[in-house]
Design a protein around this ligand. Structure first.
Ligand SMILES: Cc1ncc(COP(=O)(O)O)c(C=O)c1O
Length: 410
């Protein structure tokens, strides 16, 4: 960047790093456009198409002329359908008034953090964590307090560690279960224990990012923090169409926060009214269709992910120099590759970090994985692989990595 361009932008904008995962996705696309046979384990996005009832509802609404402004937090029937889903599936006592629909789960998180955090407020976050929380907290002027976890605890924070990180300045605890990037999730008794810890702090809210709540495997049970009485009135639950309905490009997310007279949803609505206004109008009926008419399609995709996760875990576990916990939810495995550090790749690159590992792997074996540095905590010892891709690509990509690892020197 030139001196002039630094001067041109605000300090806030200058301090923000671009999303590493979106940058990697763009790079893979560019390499493929050049004709390279790249296998992408980078993108956190299902390869399925959005279920037909959802697509048809959007098309019908568009063709029927639903092309005008819609209410800022979403059409009343859309909010009601989302609230019904959150009540029946997630056990959260709420109505449509407690829901705001936004342009993607990412923007829902952004607005929730903007609505809650003042400069000086502390935000507790178990790490490794999704890479957008930190910049969002910093943009709001908050201070991030990391609770580091590791593979020995399946990357789950203990209630004791969360309690130790909380102070009178704690305004928010962010929990993302199932987790991106770790692919693990809290069991119901662990969720209850976390809720008890937060409930002991009057000021603290929870942002429970449950965008992967229906992608859980091995018969595990997902429990929503917002369904627990002790924190129900200070939990914001985040979800959306992107992952469960294979609809990343639709940009539809929502937040549900029934507590304290709907203060947070009202604040998020004010913020949205002065920024994006609303989601695309004709997507409203599609959201209703997703919430009410797609159980079979969603379950079929979940089963496919479960099968792919098993396949990828089996392959990754057989890689030399690598250890990896099994995936319990979302669509990620997060192997520890740190025992390759200090070795030399077949192409002559010195491996010294997850970033150098991922760069060498992409250049030499044409396999894209996300280096873990941006996920904080021990992330720098790991890479993230997404199994939201077909089984043939998983088999071929994992074979390439296996051969490349076997050829490491030193
Ligand atoms: C943990 C988590 N939360 C939120 C999001 C945002 O999803 P979107 O904005 O695509 O709806 C993602 C996407 O990768 C995610 O992994």
């Amino acid at each position: 960047m030139t001196a002039t361009s630094i001067d041109a932008v605000s300090a806030r904008a200058a301090a923000i790093a671009p999303s590493a995962t979106l940058a990697l996705t763009a790079r893979v696309r560019a390499l493929r456009d050049e004709g390279q046979d790249v296998i992408g384990f980078g993108a956190g996005e299902p390869d399925f198409t959005t279920p037909e009832p959802v697509c048809s509802a959007a098309i019908e609404a568009l063709q029927g002329g639903m092309t005008h402004y819609v209410p800022v937090p979403g059409a009343p029937e859309t909010r009601a359908a989302v609230a019904d889903l959150m009540r029946t599936r997630n056990g959260i006592a709420c109505t449509g008034d407690d829901v705001i629909i936004s342009n993607g789960g990412k923007f829902s998180c952004f607005l929730a953090i903007q609505a809650l955090i003042d400069p000086g407020d502390e935000v507790v976050l178990p790490t490794p964590a999704w890479l957008s929380y930190k910049p969002m907290v910093e943009l709001a002027g908050g201070t991030l307090v990391e609770v580091e976890t590791g593979p020995e605890s399946d990357f789950l924070a203990t209630p004791e560690a969360i309690a130790a990180a909380m102070t009178p300045r704690t305004k928010l605890v962010i929990i993302n279960s199932p987790s991106n990037p770790c692919g693990t999730m809290y069991a119901p008794e662990q969720v209850r224990a976390l809720a008890d810890v937060v409930a002991a702090h009057d000021r603290a809210w929870i942002m429970s990012d449950e965008i992967y709540d229906r992608l859980v495997y091995g018969g595990r049970e997902h429990l929503s923090l917002g369904s627990l009485e002790q924190v129900a009135d200070r939990t914001i639950t985040i979800n959306g169409l992107s992952k469960t309905w294979a609809a990343t490009g639709w940009r539809v997310g929502w937040a549900c926060a029934p507590g304290q007279g709907g203060a947070v949803v009202k604040a998020m609505t004010r913020l949205q009214s002065q920024s994006s206004s609303s989601i695309t109008g004709f997507l409203n009926p599609a959201i209703v269709a997703a919430c009410t008419r797609t159980d079979e399609e969603v379950e079929a995709m979940r089963c496919a992910f479960e099968q792919r996760g098993r396949l990828m875990f089996e392959k990754v576990s057989a890689w030399p120099h690598v250890t990896c916990p099994p995936p319990g939810g979302a669509f990620y495995v997060f192997p520890d590759i740190s025992s390759t550090f200090g070795r030399t790749s077949p192409g002559g690159r010195k491996l010294a970090s997850a970033a150098t590992f991922a760069e060498a792997l992409l250049e030499e074996a044409s396999v894209a994985v996300v280096p873990g540095e941006s996920f904080l905590g021990c992330g720098g010892n790991h890479v993230r692989l997404s199994f939201a891709t077909d089984e043939a690509s998983i088999t071929e990509g994992c074979r390439r990595v296996h051969d490349w690892l076997e050829a490491l020197q030193g």
